[in-house]
Design a protein around this ligand. Structure first.
Ligand SMILES: [Zn+2]
Length: 315
């Protein structure tokens, strides 16, 4: 259980869950919202909740794997598309599932749209049609990182839940309790996002090669810039780079570090040689790259371009 989501685990919340046909959760990446929502849906589907109001884990309903439960459809962005979105086809495919919903209370249907912030425009409009006249006993659960990426007409039909972020203490205790000791050292770098800290611990080899290269300042060799740096994805690389540049400029101006708190000496050393103005320009450029990370750009070329720009921030 994630204590920062405490109120959503209360039996009172579970009881009112099926009183609203459309739920919209707004959450930050890396804080565990997808685990919370899976948990809520499992509890809803369970036929004999335990005394804590949690799914029993062994009834007929609990035995289904989450994505295969006959009363549930999970819609995720299609990772095979060059630009990952939820497509209109995916929403259209729901109609046969929805039509099966009968008026019997037992036969409710749950539709979980995991990536509601990347619905294509046509998919959002198709979904809206369903929400405008929701079929009896059909429930929509949407998760999004950004309220403003949701059509206002969808927002106005939803019960909106802003999920709270964990405190640093809650994150650390959670990682400890769940046996993610390795992840604890990455909590600052994760920006206090416990599930991102777990990912950083799993990807620590790629992380190390990225940071080792960045620590060289302008003296790294372009020969060492290759796709092994992209082994955890271009988005991952850009995120590490953004945090690195953020800390370089923050250290230069305020002598403060937010992410790379455990290598202060290195940052201090390298920040002596950089041009503050160029660093800020590069930071802005990185935001543009971040927006492109999910689109069909040539990732190796983007990496080269960023590293060439990185050299330029040093005097
Ligand atoms: Zn059960």
């Amino acid at each position: 259980m994630m204590p920062w989501y405490q109120s959503f685990y209360e039996p009172a919340f579970a009881k009112t869950f099926l009183a609203t046909q459309t739920h919209l959760f707004i959450s930050q990446d890396g804080e565990g919202s997808e685990h919370l929502i899976e948990n809520l849906l499992r509890n809803t589907l369970c036929e004999q909740l335990n005394t804590h109001g949690q799914a029993c884990g062994h009834c007929k309903s609990c035995e289904y794997s989450f994505v295969e439960h006959p009363k549930l459809r999970v819609i995720e962005k299609n990772p095979e598309l060059k630009t990952a979105v939820v497509t209109i086809e995916q929403i259209r495919e729901l109609s046969s599932f929805i039509e099966l919903a009968s008026s019997s209370q037992e036969d409710y249907k749950l539709i979980y749209i995991k990536d509601a912030d990347v619905l294509s425009t046509s998919a959002a409009n198709a979904l809206l049609k369903n929400l405008e006249e929701p079929p009896t006993n059909t429930f929509f659960i949407l998760n999004s990182k950004n309220l403003h990426k949701i059509l206002p007409t969808i927002r106005s039909r939803s019960s909106i839940h802003f999920l709270p972020s964990p405190t640093r203490e809650q994150s650390l205790r959670y990682l400890e309790q769940e046996g993610h000791q390795q992840a604890i050292q990455f909590i600052d770098l994760s920006g206090n996002k416990p599930f991102f800290a777990i990912q950083l611990a799993n990807d620590h080899e790629v992380l190390n090669s990225i940071v080792t290269l960045l620590m060289k300042g302008k003296s790294f060799d372009m020969m060492h810039v290759n796709d092994t740096l992209l082994a955890s994805g271009l988005g991952f690389f850009i995120e590490i780079m953004q945090k690195w540049i953020f800390d370089l400029s923050s250290y230069t101006e305020f002598k403060q570090l937010h992410y790379f708190t455990n290598i202060k000496d290195k940052i201090e050393q390298i920040s002596k040689t950089l041009s503050y103005k160029e660093t800020l320009n590069f930071y802005k450029k990185l935001n543009e790259y971040a927006r492109l990370a999910d689109t069909p750009i040539n990732k190796s070329m983007a990496l080269d371009a960023m590293m060439i720009d990185y050299k330029r921030i040093f005097n």
